[in-house]
Design a protein around this ligand. Structure first.
Ligand SMILES: O=P(O)(O)OC[C@H]1O[C@H](OP(=O)(O)OP(=O)(O)O)[C@H](O)[C@@H]1O
Ligand SMILES: Nc1ncnc2[nH]cnc12
Length: 183
């Protein structure tokens, strides 16, 4: 994916709903529920993510709780790959690695199971929104801490008016970050 596909971007954009002042005043919330409910748009998104996983030679697709799961799991299936969840604190059994972070409207801790990846795995990380970059920054650090190589990151939507991409530079360490839609 060297440049975004404008036809796909138009389809996806048309199915994302803006909700002002949610979940708190001043936040313009990007609601992907209409996109998920539309078989054409959801299918096109799933195929684009699966295609990117194949291009990058990924061996696993990682999704970030909760909306990232909804995008990453079908993409993993379509690419013939396994799925690994990064979850919010306290949801995964056994030994976990944990990272805390700030996001546009709060703060949280993410975790991944210590045995999530076999040696030599290359992962594609998928999420719905890149806003401040806190969620993805913590997740990319967790992927590495758990011993996997980062093949790349794809987000459905990048909020270009926030400094998420800049904030992620150090966490990406040269891996590509693609946004299917930038607003
Ligand atoms: O770039 P950031 O500022 O970190 O924000 C982006 C994150 O915020 C949302 O997750 P949220 O924690 O609201 O969880 P949800 O998917 O469970 O709704 C979204 O799904 C991204 O993961
Ligand atoms: N503005 C926003 N819309 C949807 N999800 C988000 N996650 C962080 N900021 C968001």
């Amino acid at each position: 994916m060297t440049s975004p596909d404008p036809v796909l971007a138009e389809l996806l954009t048309s199915r994302i709903r803006d909700v002002p002042d949610y979940p708190k005043p001043g936040v313009l919330f990007k609601d992907i529920a209409p996109l998920l409910a539309d078989a054409e748009a959801f299918g096109a998104l799933t195929r684009a993510l699966a295609g990117r996983a194949a291009e990058l030679g990924a061996t696993k697709v990682v999704g970030l709780e909760a909306r990232g799961f909804v995008l990453a799991a079908p993409a993993a299936f379509a690419a013939g790959l396994g799925f690994v969840p990064i979850r919010k604190k306290g949801k995964l059994p056994g030994d976990v690695f944990a990272r805390s972070y700030d996001l546009e409207y709060g703060s949280a801790t993410l975790e991944v199971q210590c045995d999530a990846f076999a040696p030599g795995e290359k992962v594609l990380v998928v999420d719905d929104v890149l806003a401040t970059g806190g969620t993805l920054g913590a997740s990319l650090d967790l992927v590495r801490e758990a011993g996997a190589e980062l093949a790349g990151v794809v987000v459905l939507m990048e909020l270009g008016f926030l400094p998420g991409r800049e904030r992620l530079t150090g966490h990406l360490a040269g891996a590509p970050l693609d946004a299917l839609v930038t607003v």
